[in-house]
Design a protein around this ligand. Structure first.
Ligand code: ZN
Length: 427
């Protein structure tokens, strides 16, 4: 097996050189890997230079880390008893159908802190930051999410009924208030939400800065009027509506036409200009250099290619930061995935950015000034509890109907979801 024409000592010398080169390569890999684990802001100039010089190693290491994450995830899905960090929370009870969907993972505190530092530097450096939000940002407002262990979808999949605490008592969370502040500070340019709970609006975020892609439970519109005439209410307008059945039972003050809700159920195409505001969402996505996804499983959002700039080459797509306890289909494309509760991450982020989080106050809730009061004779047109400026005082037009923990049958929250799963089977 002698290499042609080389003496024994020459072969030995060549082998030594090869080993030395390999060792140097490994050492460099270790160095680069160590630097990559640091937050971008913590790297020295020297380290930054080394990264720039080792582009191929960086690409390889990032690829490896992605593959490792993928493997871990698959292992977690296969054996739900073990978590990524050993701190994973329990999944939905035994017998839950899609274990992988409701499986939650938490980063340990130091890891989360490190990731938040990296996120903070991305927020500071972003030229155009768009935030995508899902049900996970409202769970702290006691609105259940969809796919979490106790989410609406998960429960319905298990054949359980959904009962919700008084939805009208829900208030914008720390995350909603932080986003409003970030927008005010011009650090966030636009917010695209899948939530129908109206909490972004109530946090003080301007209408022009948000797209509520799936509607807003407080808004009903007259489509007979041109332009559409919008009625913001202080109660859930959707109690009589469902999939393909959107009339709320009230009529337009101007033309007498039937009002409809703005909810887009699964399987429907949202056509209303407002509050969906697709135009602004698409425009924002095309301008974005950074996207922050908060509390969304992204299973629905991923189906809107415009939101991900899929027509652009991968290198020119916005950088993706994802905050979610569960796996999302965009994880592999994320610059950073933070496994934490939205409120925890946002609190850390705002601290890191040195920004105070405004406290929600009912007295400053914009919904009260935006709302159109019911006319005489319309008070009985709904039985949902109205929002009121102070918790004690009954809301205008509120008949004091007790909001029980009975299953919610109508509206975006209850029936919409049931129909949604049925619809899914049909198609
Ligand atoms: Zn009208």
């Amino acid at each position: 097996m002698a290499a042609g024409g080389l003496s024994r000592s020459e072969r030995k010398a060549a082998e030594r050189v090869r080993r030395l080169r390999e060792e140097q390569q490994r050492e460099r890999l270790r160095q680069v890997s160590r630097i990559l684990r640091k937050a971008a802001t913590e790297r020295s100039a020297e380290e930054g230079r080394l990264l720039a010089e080792s582009e191929d190693l960086v690409t390889e290491l990032q690829g490896r880390s992605r593959r490792r994450e993928g493997l871990k995830r698959r292992q977690e899905e296969a054996s739900p008893g073990r978590g990524r960090t050993g701190r994973a929370r329990g999944r939905a009870g035994a017998g839950s159908r899609p274990a992988s969907l409701s499986w939650q993972v938490c980063d340990d505190p130091e890891e989360l802190q490190r990731k938040v530092r990296e996120l903070a530097s991305a927020v500071r450096n972003a030229k155009y930051l768009v935030v995508y939000t899902g049900a996970g940002i409202s769970t702290a407002a006691s609105i259940p999410d969809y796919r979490g262990p106790n989410g609406v979808w998960t429960l319905l999949q298990k054949g359980r009924s959904v009962s919700a605490a008084d939805l009208s008592e829900a208030e914008p969370t720390l995350t909603h208030m932080s986003i409003a502040r970030l927008h005010e500070q011009k650090l966030v340019q636009h917010v695209v939400s899948q939530n129908c709970d109206g909490l972004h609006l109530r946090s003080g975020l301007p209408r022009s800065a948000m797209s509520e892609l799936h509607g807003n439970m407080y808004i009903e519109v007259c489509t007979a009027c041109t332009p559409n005439r919008e009625y913001v209410r202080v109660f859930d307008v959707t109690e009589r509506t469902a999939l393909h059945r959107h009339q709320t039972g009230r009529t337009c003050h101007k033309c007498g036409g039937q009002l409809r809700d703005t909810i887009v159920h699964f399987g429907e195409r949202g056509t209303l200009g407002q509050p969906l505001n697709w135009e602004a969402a698409t425009q924002a996505a095309s301008k974005a250099d950074t996207i922050l996804c908060l509390g969304s499983s992204l299973k629905v959002l991923k189906k809107y290619p415009h939101l991900w700039c899929m027509t652009k080459p991968p290198s020119r797509r916005p950088k993706l930061y994802i905050v979610n306890l569960q796996w999302t289909p965009k994880d592999d494309w994320a610059a950073l995935k933070l496994h934490g509760k939205c409120d925890d991450v946002m609190q850390l982020l705002m601290d890191e950015l040195g920004l105070e989080i405004p406290r929600y106050s009912r007295w400053q809730d914009p919904i009260f000034s935006l709302a159109t009061p019911l006319r005489a004779g319309e008070e009985g047109s709904h039985s949902r509890k109205s929002l009121c400026r102070s918790r004690e005082e009954p809301g205008p037009g509120d008949r004091g109907a007790p909001l029980s923990s009975a299953p919610i049958l109508g509206g975006w929250f209850g029936r919409g979801c049931t129909k949604r799963t049925k619809k899914k089977k049909v198609t």
